[in-house]
Design a protein around this ligand. Sequence first.
Ligand SMILES: [Zn+2]
Length: 219
Amino acid sequence: MKVFIGVGHGGSDPGAVANGVKEKDLNLSIALACKDELKRHGVEVKLSRSKDENDTLSEEIKECNAFSPDLAVDIHNNAGGGDGAEAFYHYGGGKSKTLAENILAEIVKVGQNSRGAKIRKNSSGKDYYGFIRETSCPAVIVECAFVDNASDLKILATEGDRQKVGQAIAKGILKTMGVEIQGERLYRVQVGAYLLKSNAEEMKKKIKAVGFDAFIVKE
Ligand SMILES: [Zn+2]
């Protein structure tokens, strides 16, 4: 499994600038955390940039198509005074739409509100955004928060907050690929299952006697 992560803006292009932050820096923190979480699940990841450097959209698209990933996500933050996260998908829907919806569902779980998954077309009826139009795999653009809305920006206040959003994006990607998320489910160790409660109590005593905690669950 391969995933390409576009890291919006960079170098001489800061993206949105407001409230003492530059979009390019937020995008990079979020993308790096997203990459780590995907790698932890055995996914091969390529970032369009891993430091602050010029990274044009046309380069991003070229790199993405050369890598030939299963899915691609371009990470951005918004401007224009709105509130919440939104994601754009291919106007044809399909996996691109599922990916956008899954990413937003995970971002909502870390406390951000969602403006929804959307399409945007240009005057020729194709996707407005080049990253969605010109990449050859299902692709999504995610806008995590509004840089020019101080209260919305709180979701990205600390490096830890940015990592949480990055990990949320990764989970949305993993769910779209059908990968089980590690750390979300409990692995139980069972010793026995008995029809008679007295036998269950007896086993519980034996387990406790050797120093382990034990409890009985009725099914
Ligand atoms: Zn941007």
